[in-house]
Write a protein that binds this ligand. Structure first.
Ligand code: NDP
Length: 256
């Protein structure tokens, strides 16, 4: 077995929504495996701060602040990367938001914002990345971030659930069109991981207890728990793995 199966030296990975939380953990994991990383988020100052922190650890980091829901901003960001000579070989479609509200109280604008940020963004950023991967002819890796709600529902998060279900099959649609070009497209479905997004749940004792009881591993996940899976899906080790979603959830989805 080649020792280089998990080596990302010479590759460049764009991770959307990587100023904090899971995205920041994905970027650090990919950088530790040898990749240069492109950090993203809407706030340029937050992108710069996250970049400085990774550079302090010796990693090569580029900054690309843009809104993943804006077609024009996504296209401009890739044009800027082209102009800077930065070629994205690995894309992690991670940026996402949550909105907890009963469906009968939900406005169309709220629904649309969650769908745009969690699903349409993966199409917009994935399309720009794939266009360039296909033109370069060297293949590539796209990793979409799903959720346990790619499989099962929970009350008060309807648009998020619809978006994450969509991520699972968008991953297969991308596979259908791009696998032949050497682009492997897969997804990760994280369980309950402590981040800014889930902090309100961690801070609610009844919910915190439910997560610990409901998860066979009896704990919340940490962003670092996802690093091995993202490196695997970005590396030569997964070159014949196409269209899959891997749940990293401490076993939650496997038991009643
Ligand atoms: P956080 O809220 O901690 O981080 C979200 C990141 O996305 C931030 O960097 C944020 O930066 C960025 N972001 C949000 N909106 C946009 C936008 N329109 N354009 C560009 N960047 C944006 O969330 P998590 O780390 O918890 O979640 C990351 C992903 O993992 C999401 O897709 C989420 O659905 C998924 N996930 C999380 C789970 C968990 O338990 N935490 C479980 C399952 C899935 P800024 O706001 O400055 O733009």
């Amino acid at each position: 077995m080649s020792v280089n199966l998990f080596d990302l030296s010479g590759r460049t990975a764009l991770v959307t929504g990587s100023t904090r939380g899971l995205g920041n953990g994905f970027a650090e994991g990919l950088a530790a495996a040898g990749a240069a990383v492109v950090l993203n988020g809407r706030d340029p100052a937050a992108v710069s701060a996250a970049a400085a922190s990774l550079r302090d650890k010796g990693h090569t980091v580029y900054e690309a602040p843009f809104d993943v829901t804006s077609e024009a901003a996504v296209e401009q960001a890739f044009a800027d990367l082209d102009a800077a000579g930065v070629a994205v070989d690995i894309l992690v479609n991670n940026a996402g938001i949550q909105l907890r509200k009963p469906m009968v109280e939900l406005s169309l604008a709220e629904w649309q914002k969650v769908i745009d940020t969690n699903l349409t963004s993966a199409f917009l950023v994935g399309r720009e990345a794939a266009r360039r991967m296909i033109a370069r002819g060297r293949g590539g890796k796209i990793i979409n971030i799903g959720s346990l709600t790619s499989e099962v529902a929970r009350a008060t998060v309807a648009p998020y659930t619809a978006a994450k279900g969509g991520i699972k099959l968008l991953t297969r649609a991308m596979t259908a069109e791009w696998a032949e070009q050497g682009i492997t497209v897969n997804a990760i479905g994280p369980g309950y991981i402590v981040t800014e997004m889930t902090q309100p749940l961690v801070d609610t004792p009844s919910f915190d207890n439910w997560v610990k009881q409901r998860t066979p591993a009896r704990r919340w996940g940490r962003p670092a728990d996802l690093a091995g899976t993202v490196v695997y899906l970005a590396a030569p080790a997964s070159d014949f793995v196409n269209g899959q979603i891997i749940y990293v959830d401490g076993g939650m989805l496997s038991v009643l």
